[in-house]
Design a protein around this ligand. Structure first.
Ligand SMILES: [Zn+2]
Length: 210
């Protein structure tokens, strides 16, 4: 499987570009910004993007989605519980002093248990509310990878002080959905360095007592 991670935008969101080597189908996760760079990676691998998946509706993760949709024709997938946040991208832009991005509709609602298929690869959608109500993680069992959005970071967890955040709920989501995964599962967080489930079980201060 092709997998490239680009750090995009002011907050350096990890945007994942996945591709199937045989079918050349691609999935882009969290195209927050710098769509030209994302399109260059897509072109380099000759991919046809079939889905734009959003882990949650914070502007640094979703800000470039409509521009990427316009360039590729791919539909945007997001959990419906983040619709309210999505409608307030103008307020989010104000928090960060950023220009307002292009806005548009989400095309498909991502739900817990959904399977996204890209060539021979399946991605499982895990609804992990807490950072936002519509936060999801994407698990790729055949690759042993988890795209965690802002739910779990190396040595940290997502902030829960923004609208829609819930500190107990994020811990419950991590406990119920993420910690049961195989320890060697590689975690690609929404920001910063990759980690593994086992490493975070051992060293992540926020998960003590879970
Ligand atoms: Zn976020």
């Amino acid at each position: 499987m092709i997998h490239e991670i680009l750090r995009v935008g002011m907050l350096q969101c990890n945007c994942s570009i996945f591709g199937d080597e045989t079918t050349r189908e691609g999935i882009v996760v969290d195209p927050g910004d710098e769509i030209e760079s994302i399109l260059a990676v897509i072109a380099k691998h000759g991919l046809k993007v079939k889905m734009i998946a959003i882990t949650h509706a914070h502007i640094d993760h979703i800000g470039g989605a409509q521009k990427l949709k316009a360039a590729t024709g791919a539909p945007v997938f997001m959990n419906a519980a983040d619709e309210e946040l999505h409608r307030r991208l103008d307020i989010q832009a104000g928090w960060l002093g950023m220009p307002m991005p292009e806005t548009g509709e989400v095309d498909v609602a991502l739900k817990d248990g959904d399977k996204l298929v890209m060539g021979a690869t399946e991605m499982n959608v895990l609804h992990t509310p807490g950072h936002t109500q519509g936060s999801v993680c994407l698990l790729i069992p055949s690759e042993g990878k988890l795209v965690a959005g802002d739910t779990l970071f190396r040595d940290s967890i997502g902030r829960t002080d923004l609208p829609g955040g819930d500190g107990r709920q994020i811990l419950r989501s991590i406990h119920d959905k993420l910690l049961p995964l195989p320890g060697e599962t590689v975690v690609i967080p929404g920001h910063g360095e990759n980690t593994t489930i086992e490493r975070e079980k051992q060293f992540n201060y926020f998960l003590r007592g879970l």
